[in-house]
Unconditional design. Structure first.
Length: 343
């Protein structure tokens, strides 16, 4: 018979709650299970996070123009419409960067996959989730505030041709992807540094680049509202420009050749979820650049027997060992003697 679990007293419950609270100090919920990013069992959670994050981004980016048009055209200043999406991106990176990586952009997802940090099999589902999130945000704005002409769409500025807008988006997206690849951890935008770097670039690029092309830098943000509202004006500029801008970073040495330490870290994380043991060397003064041993609970270092036990048992039977050659002052392998074998 199995023993019945003992019920906790109120004092024991309070003590356990206090232990959990103390253990979580300095470790937000967003980083409590950061290794789940490489676990295929959580793919649905990652896709929902990517959809929800893109939904929030497009809700702010498109909603600024729609709300401004709904209330006379002077309710929200232009600078606020540009900075609001940047602040939303920073907030999304902080609260869900460890869940889905906070890509929010097909060009970013493709750049991570081309660099080798993100598996190609996840790319189609990520891009689909991003477009669905953008379309849902536009539908919500349309249902609540009605269609306000072309408000919220990214269109070339007055006197700007579609080709110029496409080249402008290419340049802006190249800078954006460069910042993301340089501040991300693998394929995840994690932590305040990534949030500040990416959010600051989006705000600065929008402040001086929005009058030319709208500073979209995101095919999902431009084509999702265009699909819902049925306005395909200059649509190809906002597809080709960001994709070409992101692909221009794929061939650079800094984006394609990941550092050895980062590559070793990715191998350790994958090995942990396969149930394997991490065998990365410890960081020592003689090798300061060596990656540290993985701290995953599954990767316990295997202890070697004490030196006295190894000396008592001797070498493993049938295993070659090094011995000094009788005729030369060199070391050569020879077969160890097995028990019972004559010399």
């Amino acid at each position: 018979m199995t023993a019945q679990p003992t019920a906790r007293t109120p004092d024991q419950t309070r003590v356990r709650h206090a232990e959990v609270a103390l253990r979580s100090i300095g470790q937000p919920n967003s980083v409590a299970r950061e290794f789940d990013f490489w676990n295929d069992r959580y793919e649905g959670r990652r896709l929902f996070s990517e959809l929800f994050g893109t939904f929030l981004l497009v809700l702010v980016a498109v909603g600024g123009g729609v709300v401004n048009a709904r209330f006379g055209g002077s309710a929200i200043p232009t600078s606020a419409q540009v900075v609001a999406p940047a602040l939303m991106v920073a907030a999304i990176i902080l609260f869900m960067g460890t869940v889905s990586g906070a890509h929010l952009n097909p060009a970013v997802t493709l750049a991570f996959a081309a660099r080798g940090d993100f598996p190609w099999k996840r790319v189609p589902a990520y891009i689909l989730a991003q477009f669905v999130g953008a379309a849902l945000a536009t539908l919500l704005l349309w249902a609540l505030l009605g269609k306000q002409g072309d408000a919220g769409l990214t269109l070339p500025g007055s006197g700007i041709s579609t080709v110029t807008a496409m080249l402008w988006e290419l340049v802006l997206t190249t800078g954006l992807v460069s910042v993301i690849l340089g501040s991300a951890s693998g394929a995840q935008q994690v932590g305040p540094l990534a949030a500040i770097a990416v959010g600051s670039y989006i705000a600065l690029a929008g402040l001086w680049g929005a009058p030319v092309s709208g500073a979209s830098m995101n095919p999902a943000r431009s084509l999702g509202p265009a699909l819902v509202l049925g306005d395909w004006t200059s649509w190809w500029a906002y597809l080709a420009g960001p994709i070409a801008g992101g692909s221009s970073r794929w061939g650079s040495p800094t984006s394609c050749a990941a550092p050895e330490a980062a590559a070793a870290g990715r191998r350790r994380r994958r090995a942990c979820f396969r149930g394997a043991r991490c065998r990365a060397p410890r960081r020592t003064p003689s090798s300061p650049n060596a990656p540290a041993r993985c701290r995953c609970p599954r990767s316990r270092p295997r202890r070697r027997p004490p030196r006295a036990d190894r000396a008592a048992h001797g070498p493993r039977p049938g295993r070659p060992r090094l011995s000094r050659h009788p005729a030369r002052s060199t070391w050569c392998p020879r077969r160890a003697r097995r028990p019972g074998r004559s010399p």
